[in-house]
Design a protein around this ligand. Structure first.
Ligand code: ADP
Ligand code: MG
Length: 314
């Protein structure tokens, strides 16, 4: 392809909301054999919603539980943490027992007045969050977070979480001072175009793959909905780049599509890194392509454009 052809293609991309950072990336995309999708925020909308709140303690009511939970997640930047805080915000607003009701205060200050004081907050990537409230250690996250902190998960709780996961939901476990006190179920719907794009890639001779930090059961349920049969789950943030490299081993050209901070090493490692425009700045910086319309169909647009620009018609 001539430099003019590359310029034209870059312009066509831009008109379609596909930002291409350089001619090399444009050229590599035509040869893509695998497209590896991140799950949360890429295949899914990244707008998690709390669907279930289940207490496994008699010592607290729902209001106390949500207050503790939202306080622990208040500083979290993770979509799951935000979903929990958002749910609690609505709950406290309609809570007849909330004493902070004051018509002169806005929603935000009502919320901050309702939350408990937190110390030693820490976010553990791929695991969850931990902090101290009232001198008690509070942990919110997945099984690994709890077991690594010496907390055993009772069978009835495990069964409950398994059921959530089989329904494509993520089960978030909550512990207070080594006691498992509750579980929150969170749903994150697929993007409307996700399944169509997966099918389209297959028709183009490209293999779609899903990679996620989420657990295997939820990952499988979500992958089934979009008809992806090759998945890698429970992958730690650093491990996503290793997944990319494993597919590159035989010389295959690999594209990665992601949105999160934890996707940026993988986006950089991929031959073609594709960031969702609504994703984090770090992901956008690490990528070769940015999808400004946040529409997965533009993964196909990008590969098509490269093929049309670089493949000679014989
Ligand atoms: P993904 O690769 O799907 O974007 P992450 O690596 O960010 O997932 O997180 C993996 C898992 O760690 C989540 O599915 C969740 O179980 C747990 N987790 C991470 N952050 C939080 C949080 N703030 N609150 C609760 N759980 C969390
Ligand atoms: Mg993500």
């Amino acid at each position: 392809a001539t430099p003019t052809a590359v310029m034209v293609a870059t312009g066509v991309g831009a008109n379609n909301g596909v930002l291409i950072k350089g001619g090399d990336a444009l050229e590599r995309a035509q040869k893509v054999k695998y497209v590896i999708f991140d799950k949360t925020g890429t295949l899914t909308q990244g707008k998690a919603t709390v669907t279930t709140v289940k207490l496994f303690t008699q010592e607290m009511d729902r209001g106390d539980f949500l207050r503790l939970l939202a306080s622990a997640e208040a500083s979290s930047e993770h979509p799951l943490g935000k979903a929990i805080v958002e749910y609690a915000r609505h709950f406290q607003f309609f809570d007849p027992n909330a004493t902070t009701k004051d018509s002169h205060k806005d929603n935000e200050s009502l919320m901050s007045g309702w939350l408990l004081d937190v110390s030693d907050f820490s976010a553990i990537p791929g695991r969850g969050v931990g902090c101290y409230i009232d001198g008690k250690q509070v942990l919110v996250g997945n099984r690994s977070l709890l077991t690594e902190n010496g907390i055993t998960i009772p069978t009835n709780v495990e069964d409950f979480v398994v059921e959530l996961e089989e329904n494509a939901k993520t089960g978030i476990l909550v512990a207070c001072d080594t006691q498992l006190i509750g579980v929150v179920g969170v749903a994150d719907p697929l993007k409307r175009e996700a399944a169509v794009v997966v099918e389209g890639l297959k028709k183009m001779g490209i293999r779609p793959i899903m990679v996620t930090g989420d657990n295997w059961r939820t990952a499988k349920a979500v992958a089934k909905e979009v008809d992806i049969d090759d998945i890698r789950a429970e992958v730690m943030p650093a491990g996503k780049a290793d997944v990319i490299r494993s597919f590159q081993k035989d010389g295959s050209i690999v594209a990665m599509v992601g949105d999160g901070i934890n996707d940026s090493p993988a986006l950089a490692a991929a031959d073609v890194g594709i960031a969702i425009g609504a994703g984090t700045d770090i992901a956008i910086e690490a990528a070769d392509y940015v999808l400004m319309r946040n529409n997965l169909e533009d993964v196909i647009t990008a590969i098509d454009l490269s093929r049309k620009t670089f493949t000679r018609i014989r």
